[in-house]
Design a protein around this ligand. Structure first.
Ligand code: FES
Length: 160
């Protein structure tokens, strides 16, 4: 089955249902974009274009919102999503160094995904386990008292 740049036929159908239901509704742009991201995991260009066309808003507006709010992604996220807590407790205990070690190890910047699609690094807000600071999460798993030295070992858990 071939996929269009609007994803699978099922994804495209879901997206069209979303825009059809929101068309003409004031303030529909954000909910449409959130739902679209839920369907695709990010907002491909073709999806932004379809939302703009269906809701009758300029594509620039959609793109502007997508780049302004960190909740929206313009590129696919990696299979494993790493979040480094930048809340006060974690920051004080060295989360910036942990983040730096991750960037060095994976050769990407925060917000980026490795070329093999395996990891994405994000900086996050307080994860609610400040007693374990500095804290790092990989998908649903939380690692506490992380140091730069522990990064290779943690990453290896997800490499095979
Ligand atoms: S500040 Fe990092 S978990 Fe609260």
């Amino acid at each position: 089955m071939s996929c269009t740049n609007l994803g699978t036929p099922e994804q495209e159908e879901q997206l069209r249902a979303v825009t059809a239901s929101l068309k003409g509704t004031p303030g529909a742009i954000m909910p449409a974009m959130q739902k679209a991201q839920g369907i695709y995991g990010y907002l491909p260009f073709a999806v932004q274009k379809l939302i703009a066309d269906d809701l009758g808003v300029p594509l620039e507006e959609i793109y502007g919102i997508a780049t302004f709010y960190s909740q929206f992604a313009l590129v696919p996220k990696g299979k494993n999503r790493i979040g480094v807590c930048m809340g006060t407790a974690c920051y004080v205990k060295g989360s910036a160094q942990v983040l730096e070690a991750l960037e060095t190890n994976l050769k990407i910047k925060t917000g980026e995904t490795t070329p093999d699609g395996l990891f994405t690094i994000d900086a996050t807000r307080c994860l609610g386990c400040c007693g374990l600071a500095p804290v790092l999460s990989v998908n649903e798993h939380v690692y506490g008292k992380v140091t730069a030295e522990k990064i290779p070992e943690i990453l290896n858990n997800y490499r095979n």
